[in-house]
Design a protein around this ligand. Structure first.
Ligand SMILES: [Zn+2]
Length: 339
């Protein structure tokens, strides 16, 4: 990065329902190109405009937050969304005045007001004064600039309704925890994120500093009729170093501690039993330090961390093999791990 000076801005955090200071995100064009799709880059960095009706976001009526695709800042709530008929997602107000930037745009022979993300500078769209009550404003936003996050309560309802369960594991770098879990039958989804700290909605940079107390972790949604929690535990143990204190392979710091975050008493007991069995297996000559603690709020990581191994296979493989994770684990478990 060209410049490393930290610059903070005060924004509203919709989930925590409070204002907080966040670091501005400054990236070069090259860095953005790596993280964004071509359409997202065109809108965010080149002030492009999506085709109207480009996708279904203009008619999305689900409850949740619309965040900046580039940096994850909360921008608009589903509460202020309306169908403008234009084919672009439209809102009558932002989540908070602090969370959008506005400036005069005299391009294309018109005078309009451009709306941009005050955290990362991404172009979002324009605001017009022909919107509905109570504000009379119409924020006309490109869907490529937005990422929709379903309200958490809603997501939990869906999981409950489908009779799925959640399992949450911290095993060091979350990029490396996703692939083997996603391959398992009965696993519905694996999300990379942060848990176990004391700040709401932490960013990757904040967690990396080690100061928020979070661990990098994965949240697994699984169908217990197809795969059991005990089976997930077994595979998890094969893929971490449970004797390393506040580190995993190439990474060091409390954010890389190993832990099982249980969601109910049954999970707690299974986790404790499996930890005891592991300690008694004779495979390790150092104590098993993996914590077993109750799950607290899990914060999904920024989009570019999800499925990192699929999006950036070359970089992932360099990291994964360079870390020594595979070599170490194969040495401990041999054939057993491959079953
Ligand atoms: Zn942004």
């Amino acid at each position: 990065m060209a410049e490393n000076k930290k610059e903070m801005i005060r924004v509203y955090d919709a989930e925590a329902k409070t204002y907080k200071e966040v670091e501005k995100v400054k990236k070069t064009a090259e860095e953005w190109k790596k993280e964004l799709s071509a359409a997202e880059y065109h809108v965010a960095c080149e002030k492009g405009t999506d085709r109207p009706f480009a996708d279904d976001m203009h008619k999305n009526k689900r409850k949740g937050q619309y965040k900046c695709t580039a940096c994850g800042l909360d921008l608009f709530s589903s509460e202020a969304k309306f169908d403008s008929g234009t084919g672009w997602p439209s809102f009558w107000q932002p989540i908070d005045k602090a969370n959008v930037g506005m400036q005069v745009d005299k391009s294309h022979g018109m005078e309009r007001t451009e709306v941009y993300c005050p955290r990362c500078g991404a172009h979002l769209g324009h605001v017009f004064d022909d919107g509905p009550n109570p504000t009379g404003q119409r924020f006309c936003i490109n869907s490529s600039a937005l990422k929709f996050k379903e309200a958490q309560e809603k997501r939990d309802d869906i999981i409950k309704e489908a009779q799925f369960e959640k399992a949450t594991f911290a095993g060091g770098c979350f990029w490396c925890m996703e692939p083997f879990l996603e391959k398992m039958k009965g696993v519905i989804s694996v999300t990379a994120g942060y848990i176990g700290g004391d700040v709401a909605n932490p960013t990757y940079e904040e967690v990396s500093s080690g100061e928020t107390g979070h661990a990098e972790a994965v949240e697994v949604v699984f169908d217990p009729k197809v795969v059991t929690y005990a089976q997930l535990l077994r595979v998890m143990w094969f893929n971490i170093d449970p004797t390393a204190v506040n580190s995993q392979f190439a990474d060091h710091g409390t954010q890389y501690r190993t832990a099982i975050f249980y969601h109910n008493e049954e999970q707690k007991k299974l986790a404790e039993d499996s930890k005891k069995a592991l300690a008694g297996s004779g495979k390790f000559d150092k104590p098993i330090v993996t914590e077993i603690v109750e799950a607290t709020t899990f914060y999904p990581a920024e989009d570019y961390h999800q499925d990192y191994y699929k999006k950036n296979p070359v970089r992932y493989n360099i990291y994964h093999h360079g870390s020594g994770r595979e070599q170490t684990l194969n040495k401990i478990w041999g054939k057993e791990r491959k079953e």
